[in-house]
Design a protein around this ligand. Structure first.
Ligand code: GTP
Ligand code: MG
Length: 209
């Protein structure tokens, strides 16, 4: 993907209406601090357009980044951030739910998990819930630079088993430091969601049915 222009076009809070976009949307979900905004910056070749922070809970809105007037990358608020009130957590949950359930243009959901850890109960819930919404999520295992190369396969297996992934589900290891995995993610997005030959793709990450 050649990035010609990127624009943070819409920022959607808990009381905002969702935009009625006409381009395909690709969303990134995952717990707070897992690296969603970092990944989006990496995909856009921008250092800090999507705001990143060492403090979890940075992204509290749904942010739509228009890429080349071709598609949107959608940065979702992270879940599982302990320091917000139950009420706030519920509201974010409702916002994410409203989006995943209601967007007409949402073509694929990527679920990010930290490659260093077994998936949490929240990760499992999120995975199940995305599947229940009719998607077949692609998993991104983030922070690849933080483990030894020799640990990679073991960690990927832990993630596959922990999430109880549907057989054949793609897991892409990614590092926002080295950008390893970036091209693979764009290749997948381009071949599956930006082709206009009218073919119905039925692979991982596609909306089922
Ligand atoms: P919320 O907005 O709170 O939901 O978090 P987020 O998922 O958007 O995470 P963010 O991209 O803000 O990254 C959180 C922290 O992890 C930051 O300090 C990043 O620099 C760091 N980080 C993200 N990805 C990587 C990675 O691949 N490798 C390393 N070493 N650090 C990373
Ligand atoms: Mg973020």
């Amino acid at each position: 993907m050649i990035i010609r222009n990127v624009n943070l076009e819409t920022v959607c809070g808990i009381t905002s209406p969702l935009p009625e976009n006409h381009l395909p949307e690709i969303a990134f979900a995952g717990k707070s601090n897992v690296g969603k905004s970092s990944l989006i910056n990496g995909l856009m070749n921008r250092k800090a357009l999507a705001r990143i922070s060492a403090t979890p809970g940075k992204t509290q809105t749904i942010n739509f980044y228009n890429i080349n007037e071709e598609l949107y990358l959608v940065d979702l608020p992270g879940y599982g951030y302990a320091k917000v009130s139950e009420q706030e957590k519920r509201k974010w949950g409702q916002l994410i739910e409203r989006y995943l359930h209601g967007s007409e243009q949402l073509k694929a959901v990527f679920l990010l998990v930290d490659i260093r850890h077994a998936p949490s109960a929240n990760d499992k819930m999120m995975y199940q819930w995305i599947v229940a919404q009719g998607f077949h999520p692609i998993i991104i295992a983030t922070k690849l630079d933080k483990i030894k190369r020799s640990q990679k396969d073991k960690q990927l297996k832990l993630i596959r088993q922990g999430l109880d992934l549907v057989p054949g589900t793609v897991i892409i290891p990614y590092s926002s430091v080295t950008k390893q995995g970036r091209d693979e993610i764009w290749d997948l997005v381009e071949t599956r969601y930006l082709q206009t030959d009218g073919k119905e793709a039925k692979e991982d990450g596609d909306k089922l049915s």
